[in-house]
Each structure stands twice: as C-alpha cells, then as structure tokens.
Write a protein that binds this ligand. Structure first.
Ligand code: THU
Length: 133
C-alpha cells in the first residue's frame, strides 16, 4: 500500500497545530474505510490538562462526520528528532474504534515513518470485552 498521500496529509495537519505552550506541533491523518482522509492537529489550552492530541482530534472529527470504520493512522511531529507515537490516552481511544491489527505510522522531522499496530502499542486490552455492547 502506498501511504504517500496519508503521510503528506499528516504533515499538512501539523501546520494547523495550536501549540503555543509546548511549541510541539503534531499532525494526524486518519484513513477511513471509504477512502476519505480526516486530519487532526494538537490543540492546546492555557489550562494545560485540556489539551487535545492530534490523534484524538482526527478520530473525534471523523466520528462526528459519521465515519466509523478506519484503515490506518499517520502521525507527524515536525518538532521532534525522533518518531512520536500516540500517548496512552490516544492509544485507549484508538483501540475503542479499531481492531488490534490497525496500522499506525509515525515519524519525527526526518519523515521516516515507523509502522506499528494498535495491538502492539496497547496490548492486553481488557476493555475489549465491552466493545460493541
Ligand atoms: N501530542 C500529540 O498531539 N500527539 C502525540 O502523539 C504526542 C503529544 C501533543 C500534546 C501536546 O500538545 C504536545 O504534543 C506536547 O506533548
């Protein structure tokens, strides 16, 4: 599968980051089953705990538009010189809407995307049993 467009969408999403506090921009691009790509960026707040990561921005936007099935997620962090994978909260949210084989690609400023899966990043998901109930 060629992920060139998905990656460039994640890279363009980082331009919409609102991160005046951390100065750490993140962009995410979520590929939906029907081919639509939904972008998300990290949105910070002066009440720091209200920050929303790029990954959750993308998922919440997609769900709000009626998208429910997802094929892949790409994350780009231009201010990092290492690949930035989703935080624990985002892993939990991603796992709510995907199977364990769901692919996640992530890169820092070198744009060398690593590939993982939500099952690898969020193993032993005991809350799986509550899915689809
Ligand atoms: N952040 C994301 O948006 N996604 C990640 O995967 C890592 C962290 C954001 C949260 C905060 O705005 C900034 O990056 C620094 O942690």
């Amino acid at each position: 599968m060629d992920n060139t467009i998905l990656f460039s969408e994640a890279e363009s999403a980082a331009e919409n980051s609102y991160s005046p506090y951390s100065k750490f921009r993140v962009g995410a691009a979520l590929l939906c089953k029907d081919g639509e790509i939904i972008k998300g960026s990290n949105i910070e707040n002066r009440s720091f705990g209200l920050t929303n990561c790029a990954e959750r921005s993308a998922i919440f936007t997609a769900l709000s538009k009626g998208q429910t099935e997802f094929t892949a997620l790409a994350i780009y962090a231009p201010d990092a010189d290492y690949p930035v994978s989703p935080c624990g909260a985002c892993r939990q949210v991603i796992s709510e809407f995907t199977d364990s084989s769901f692919p996640i690609f992530f890169a820092g400023n070198d744009k060398k995307y690593r590939e993982s899966t939500i099952g690898e990043l969020f193993p032993f998901n005991a809350l799986d049993e509550l899915k689809d109930k």
